[in-house]
Write a protein that binds this ligand. Sequence first.
Ligand code: CP
Ligand code: NVA
Length: 308
Amino acid sequence: MEIKGKDFLRLFDYNNESLNNLLDLAKRLKQETKTGQTHHILQNKTLVMIFAKPSLRTRVSFEVGTQQLGGNAVVLKQDEINLGTRETIADTARVLSRYADGVMIRTFDHNDVVEFAKYSDIPVINALTDLCHPCQVLSDLLTIKEKFGKLEKLKLAYIGDGNNMANSLIAGCSIMGMDISIACPDGYEPDETFIWTGKDVSINSGSKIEITTDPFEAVNGANIVYTDVWASMGQEKEAEKRKKIFAKYQINEKLIKKAADNAIVLHCLPAHRGEEITEDIFEKNAKIIFEQAENRLHAQKAIMASIM
Ligand code: CP
Ligand code: NVA
């Protein structure tokens, strides 16, 4: 699959081979950066970064990543750009296509990113929408591959809200031949289209997708146990209600006992200790969780180097 010039909106737009190529490049760029090698892959290129939601990891890792590849980044916050309200998304896309070489967007409605990409002449990267977070999951796959030396046949259990992270994990796992078991309360399941597309992709990749309400069933024998906040950005008003609904979906000592012996715990961060994960389990896995955060940098450099 040729990906130069291609948007990075959903992992399902990529196949096993192209994701493996991105992971190999990320691994190489990580090693080379750590041994002091400088890169000029994005020399004279500019990434515009649009944020309608807060960010720590995405903002810094994309900006630093662009610099590490010899390029420039311009950051636009929502109060500066007002995506979709000050002027049409189509006009914004056509203007930025004249100035920059790539655009990264974090916003609420996934359709806004799709609309932007439709009118943009330069590649568009989804840096989180309410629907999915593909950059995070590419980084997670890199972290898992570094730890286990492979992806195929591993089992990932995702415990909590069937949100953007759950959706992208379904995509990443099904494409890469990993089993994924998701435990969430009734009514908080992942997006149906992602589940069905994942099942379709699994016919070839051999992965298993399971959705349950029982966290113990999901974690049983898992190599990777993954969680995310119970109330995502934009759902702050539901936080108290969700704390009650999700109470039995906490990653704690008792739940972790059901996982495989060498299981790791991953969290995309930010974490709410005492809610989706206990302080104790978080700290026991802190080394790999912060490696996972670091890998945002290397995975996104691989994306930019390949598509911009
Ligand atoms: N995991 C993640 O995307 O973090 P930020 O929201 O801080 O960018
Ligand atoms: N589900 C979370 C992910 C944060 C990286 C959110 O959308 O807020």
